[in-house]
Structure formats: structure tokens, C-alpha cells
Design a binder for this molecule. Structure first.
Ligand code: NDP
Ligand code: HSE
Length: 438
């Protein structure tokens, strides 16, 4: 670094869980960061909502409630956004990019809906847009997909990308607790937010899946195109049924390259978030608590697995700082990071056409002809049965059926029909199955 290296000036938007840790790391590691970047990295200002909130370790003179004013300041080179939400952050980041300032953000909700606008604004001025922290916290995942694997053909990305729901499902599996009890425990320990809707209903994971699919398949995918099922319907009975089969239940984000199907030739992209039973021998089954892990399959690389802390102030700040160093280096040398790659523009296939395997658990009357009648409904809907297990309990029986891959729509019709049969007392559990064939 030369003596005269011009500092890279950073506007930080947000100083909460993640922002506070960014300020700490920027302060504590100032010398190392300057050496790595080739210029000092300085905070120019920090935008917050509440000016008077005590913030130990945060320089009070840098605080402002005028985020819009901060992002347009002439002395700002890079805007780091850790506020969250769509508006007004979208507007502020577009303004910054249009003014030629590079942007680093951890905002998955924004990226999953508006990546196109943001990249277009970045392209217009040659600014950088980096967002490693938006998916899987500290885990380096987007940069490997975007850069290290740019020469390969990715076929599948599957993983656990939400720590809160993984904590809840792990607790249900370990203790036999019901969903509500496990959610209470997650809230008590500070994993679940006051309003856990985005996590437990799968919205957070759907945003992350959209971002992963967009990068992996060079196709713009938005959160609204992701089939989403949360974990609120997962019961202790589902978890027990999985355990009886040597399986466990995880909320999975699955992004796949598939055949377009119907009249359309060629490939498509299918992206879904839902709970699924996976074998206990699967590497994702051992990912417990609030950890995240993602499997990537590619033609030449084969299988890769990424694992680590998917949330938390310091782990997320680590990913943000990595991006900040990258964009600051680009500024120092006069270069630019990768632009959006959406050239493949593959169609996004709806879930109704996607085929997965299912586990169905029924309470039925234990008498002659019941199994045959249930099997006939599966046959009528062209859903092929892979395995059946029946356990008698006096006049009732528990019937467990595992299917071969079947389209979602066919399975739903099958279950609806079965639920209406007079000798079916209860549809106890319907759960997708991922992993090897049973
Ligand atoms: P917090 O709620 O802890 O912090 C949000 C910050 O934004 C606060 O400092 C708040 O100000 C500020 N803020 C809110 N509204 C405004 C506004 N209108 N103008 C100016 N400042 C505002 O959020 P997190 O730090 O947890 O998350 C930040 C981002 O990082 C989100 O996009 C989140 O999805 C993402 N992320 C978070 C992870 C985590 O583990 N927490 C993990 C990965 C990504 P004030 O302090 O005054 O309230
Ligand atoms: N709420 C998210 C989770 C934070 O539980 O994983 C990280 O994006």
C-alpha cells in the first residue's frame, strides 16, 4: 500500500445485530483490512432509525437518521446495507448504484425480488453489487457458485438455509416435542424472532432459494416463483413416523435443473422449499440446531457441501466484510466484480409438475379389502407405491405407504380421495421424501 492510497469511504445503513458487528470488525481490524485492500477502509456514516439508542462501541458522531442523504454524499464510495426489507432500502440502494457507489447487502428479501433492477443500475455506472451474507450467513456460498464454479454446469443445489426452522425441527426430533413447544424453546433461546412468520412459513428460505437458483442456473428466479411450504404443519406424529423409517425431517431448499415438460422442449428450473424426510445417513441429517448446510451438484465437480453458521451478528458480518474487501479492492485497482448472469433464461417449472416421493401415514379400519381399496386409489391416479407397512391395533390399523416419484398434483388428488374413504379414519401424515430410494 502506498502512503497516498485514497481511503475507501463506507456508508453503513443499519446498526442492529449485524451492523454492530460490522462496526466492531471494521474498527478492530482496520490495519489488516487496509493491508488487504490496498487502502484504508473508513466509515463515513451510519444510518439508523433511533438516533438516541445507546450503542456501545459505535462512534456517536457517525450516526444519522438520514439514510437517503448518506447514500448520496460525495465522500461515500461503498454503501453497506444491513437494514432489511424491500422499501425504502430498494430506493436507497438504487440511488447509490446510479451514483456509481458499490453496494454490499445482506438483504435476501430485496435480492430475491429486485435483483434485476439493482444489477441494471449497477451496470449503468460500473458499480459492484455483492450479497454473500444474504444466503447462509457466514458460509461462503454465493461467491463459489458465482465465481469458482463459473466454468461448470450446476445441476442441483439442496440445503438447509434457515437456522430457526432447523433448530425447531432438530428439537422436535431430539425430544419428541410438538411444533409449538419447540418454537417456544427457539424463542426463549433467542433463535426465533418475535414474529417468526418469515422463518416458520418458509418465506426466508424461499428468498434464499430464489437467489441460489438464479446464480446456479444463470436464470432470474424470484421468491414468488418458489414453491413454498413452511414447518407449521409438521407434527410430532410426522417426526415419529420419520424416525420409525430411519429418517428425520428437515426444511429443505431444493433448486434443480429439470426437463421443461409439457409441450416445451429443453430444460427448466424447479425451485421448492418444503419439509421433507431424509435418511439419517444423509449428510444433511447431521446438521442440527441453528446451523446451515448446502449441497451442490455439478457435472464436472461432482458433489460439494458447504456447512457453517447461517445467522448471527458476527458470522453474518464476516460475510459482509468479505464482500466489502472485494469491492474495495476492485475500487483500488479500478476493476469490477461479476455482473448478473441471467443469459440462460430458463423457464421456471411450477410445483404441480414436479415429481417427488411421499410418505403417507393413515389410520384405517383393520378389515379385509382396505389395503386393496387404498392401493386402487393410488393406481387410479398413477401414483406408484414403493413400500407399504401395516400395523394392526385391535379394530384399527396404521398404514404407512411410501411412493415412487409422483407429480405433486397427482399425490394431492390421491390423498384427497383417500381421506374421503369410509374406512379411513385419519390421514395422520403426508410428507415428501428426499434422499435415496427406500
Ligand atoms: P436488526 O433489526 O437487528 O437491525 C436493523 C437496523 O436497521 C437497526 O439498526 C435499525 O435502526 C435500522 N433501521 C431500520 N429501519 C431503518 C430506517 N428506516 N432507516 C434507518 N435505519 C433503519 O436487523 P439485523 O441486523 O438482524 O439484519 C439486518 C439485515 O441482515 C436484514 O436484511 C437481514 O435479513 C440480514 N441478515 C441477518 C442475519 C442475522 O442473523 N441477524 C443473517 C443474515 C442476513 P435502530 O437500531 O435505530 O432500530
Ligand atoms: N432468520 C434467518 C434464519 C436468519 O433463521 O436462518 C438468517 O438469514
Amino acid at each position: 500500500m502506498t502512503e497516498a492510497a485514497k481511503p475507501i469511504r463506507v456508508a453503513l445503513l443499519g446498526c442492529g445485530t449485524v451492523g454492530t458487528q460490522i462496526v466492531r470488525l471494521l474498527t478492530e481490524q482496520a490495519d489488516d483490512l487496509a493491508a488487504r485492500v490496498g487502502a484504508p477502509v473508513e466509515l463515513a456514516g451510519i444510518a439508523v432509525r433511533r438516533a438516541n439508542k445507546p450503542r456501545p462501541g459505535v462512534p456517536a458522531e457517525l450516526l444519522t437518521t438520514d439514510a437517503a442523504g448518506l447514500v448520496t454524499r460525495d465522500d461515500v464510495d461503498v454503501v453497506v446495507e444491513v437494514i432489511g426489507g424491500i422499501e425504502p432500502t430498494r430506493d436507497w440502494l438504487l440511488t447509490a448504484l446510479k451514483a456509481g457507489k458499490s453496494v454490499v447487502t445482506a438483504n435476501k428479501a430485496l435480492l430475491a425480488e429486485h435483483a434485476g433492477d439493482l444489477f441494471a443500475a449497477a451496470d449503468a455506472t460500473g458499480a459492484d453489487l455483492y450479497f454473500e451474507a444474504a444466503v447462509a450467513g457466514a458460509i461462503p456460498l454465493l461467491r463459489p457458485l458465482r465465481e469458482s464454479m463459473a466454468g461448470d454446469r450446476i445441476t442441483r443445489v439442496m440445503g438447509i438455509v434457515n437456522g430457526t426452522t432447523n433448530f425447531i425441527l432438530s428439537a422436535m426430533d431430539e425430544t419428541g416435542a410438538g411444533y409449538a413447544e419447540a418454537l417456544d424453546e427457539a424463542s426463549r433461546l433467542g433463535y426465533a424472532e418475535a414474529d417468526p412468520t418469515a422463518d416458520v412459513e418458509g418465506y426466508d428460505a424461499a428468498s434464499k432459494a430464489a437467489i441460489l437458483a438464479s446464480i446456479a442456473f444463470h436464470t432470474r428466479v424470484t421468491a414468488g416463483q418458489v414453491h413454498r411450504e413452511g414447518i407449521t404443519g409438521v407434527t410430532a406424529a410426522d417426526v415419529a413416523a420419520a424416525r420409525a423409517l430411519g429418517r428425520t425431517i428437515k426444511l429443505l431448499a431444493i433448486c434443480e435443473r429439470v426437463e421443461a415438460g409439457g409441450d416445451r422442449p429443453g430444460e427448466a428450473v424447479a425451485v421448492r422449499v418444503h419439509p421433507a424426510m431424509i435418511p439419517r445417513s444423509h449428510p444433511l441429517a447431521g446438521v442440527n440446531g441453528a446451523f446451515n448446510a448446502v449441497f451442490v451438484e455439478a457435472d464436472a465437480a461432482g458433489q460439494l457441501m458447504f456447512y457453517g453458521q447461517g445467522a448471527g451478528g458476527a458470522p453474518t458480518a464476516s460475510a459482509v466484510l468479505g464482500d466489502l474487501v472485494a469491492v474495495a479492492r476492485n475500487r483500488v485497482v479500478g476493476g469490477r466484480g461479476p455482473r448478473e448472469s441471467a443469459y440462460a433464461d430458463l423457464p421456471v417449472r411450477p410445483i404441480a409438475q414436479a415429481a417427488t416421493r411421499y410418505h403417507i401415514s393413515l389410520d384405517v379400519a383393520d378389515r379385509a379389502g382396505v389395503l386393496a381399496a387404498v392401493a386402487a386409489v393410488f393406481a387410479q391416479h398413477e401414483v406408484s407405491i414403493a413400500a407399504v407397512r401395516q400395523e394392526g391395533r385391535s379394530s384399527d390399523a396404521s398404514l404407512v405407504i411410501v411412493t415412487h416419484s409422483a407429480p405433486d398434483a397427482a399425490l394431492r388428488s390421491t390423498v384427497d380421495k383417500i381421506a374421503g374413504l369410509p374406512f379411513v379414519h385419519d390421514v395422520v401424515s403426508v410428507m415428501r421424501v428426499e434422499g435415496e430410494e427406500l
